[in-house]
Design a protein around this ligand. Structure first.
Ligand code: ZN
Length: 179
């Protein structure tokens, strides 16, 4: 079932989330619903607070490039699930990349983040894993991990004039979705 999105201005996006106590069928259903919601909104990742659930859980689905000549440049494969994630060992190498957010429609901006990170988390079966992620995957993971700490990518924009520029857009989003 597709779930309603919590948009910029919603209090849930600014709250630090609770840990998931048990990875049960209810959590697995939430993950399925988040998957459907992410795809319906053309997201590459989605965190539980974005569907108004204040839980330390997010999913990612980075696009995979198709071979040349394919009608679609990218395809989406299976989602990866991160429950109660812990991020460590950020690389010294940093990278500047353009980001957007399903909860902040129409707003994009460049954010500098580490190129790679190590993540420890539970999967959808409650099984712990530890893995190094790099590039696009690492980028999406850090963006979604911010969500479970109440942080949004717009908080990390470096360029002060650009931050000023998007203020009216943010006010619009807040107004549009606050009813
Ligand atoms: Zn986001």
């Amino acid at each position: 079932m597709k779930l309603p999105i919590a948009y910029y201005g919603a209090a849930v996006l600014r709250k630090k989330t609770e840990q998931v106590k048990e990875v049960n069928d209810e959590i697995r259903q939430l993950i399925k619903d988040m998957d459907e919601t992410m795809r319906a909104n053309n997201g590459m990742g989605l965190a539980a607070p974005q569907v108004s659930r204040s839980l330390a859980l997010f999913i990612i689905c980075p696009p995979v490039p198709n071979p040349p000549g394919h009608a679609e440049a990218y395809r989406y494969e299976k989602i990866q699930v991160f429950i109660n994630p812990k991020i460590s060992e950020p690389s010294d190498a940093m990278i500047d990349m353009d980001e957007g957010c399903v909860s902040i429609p129409g707003v994009r901006g460049n954010v500098i983040r580490p190129l790679s990170v190590t993540v420890e988390a539970l999967d959808e079966n409650g099984k712990p894993f530890k893995k190094v992620f790099t590039g696009m995957e690492a980028r999406i993971i850090m963006h979604e991990n911010d969500h479970i700490n109440g942080v949004l990518f717009i908080d990390r924009l470096q360029d002060p004039p650009y931050r000023k520029k998007i203020e009216p857009m943010l006010r619009e989003i807040k107004k549009k979705y606050s009813e």
